[in-house]
Design a protein around this ligand. Sequence first.
Ligand code: FES
Length: 285
Amino acid sequence: MTTSRQDVSLGMPQLPATPYPAEVRARLDADAKEVLARYPGSRSALLPLLHLVQSEEGYVSRTGMAFCAETLDLTTAEVTAVATFYSMYRRRAGGDYQVGVCTNTLCAVMGGDAIFDTLKEHLGVGNNETTDDGKVTLEHIECNAACDFAPVVMVNWEFFDNQTPQSATQLVDDLIAGRTVEPTRGAPICSYKETARILAGFPDERPGAVEATGGAGPASLVGLKLAKGEALQKARVVSPRAGQPQGAQPHEPSPSEHLSSHDAPQQTSASDPEHPAGPAAEEGE
Ligand code: FES
């Protein structure tokens, strides 16, 4: 099969983009002026401006990229290069809640793969797909930078630590039902567009949001305490999992219970008698 040049999509915007309606443009111009005033060089405002246009449409559209380029005197190619580099910018319309399940190595073995599979089946969507009601976009993420709380799920960039398939299912059900959902650390979840506006640098006006921002969790501070020579309390440093009462004493596993995925017997290529593990012969031996 041959493919003509016209059939090849490089993912680049095709100009001209449809302009914003006049009242939207006037509002964005005023907001952009406020953002630009924070930076000595206008091009430094590109990241917050991309969040700003994302707060308008829920993703960075061709129209949004053209707006950023025009406002910052950049080419659309320069704007596209940035917008496609960072995963916090959506390139197509999505749900009110971006639910990201970490399936990177640590989270995966701690249950992230099971959570992702459960949510795909429960929501009836695949990776980077949105539920029919437009509420939830599901994606798998490569490390949420919260490995000490694995497995981690994010909703609009807020952390939900130590998740299980059951707790994650309850989480998306609550989001879809419109119930108030609070992350492990931080203020109650708001919509993707509202989050984008906050990330553009505009005030977070949710009541109690600033106070609820919180700090590092206990698991993140263990290394610091050890480095300072502080004694660690004999208590678990991760949040209790769903179903485990607050304050419950940690279960001390016996050696036989302590098999991690690395310790437990597994059928891998290394255990395949047809492919024995061991040093490979050097070339020429
Ligand atoms: S591996 Fe999941 S947060 Fe880092």
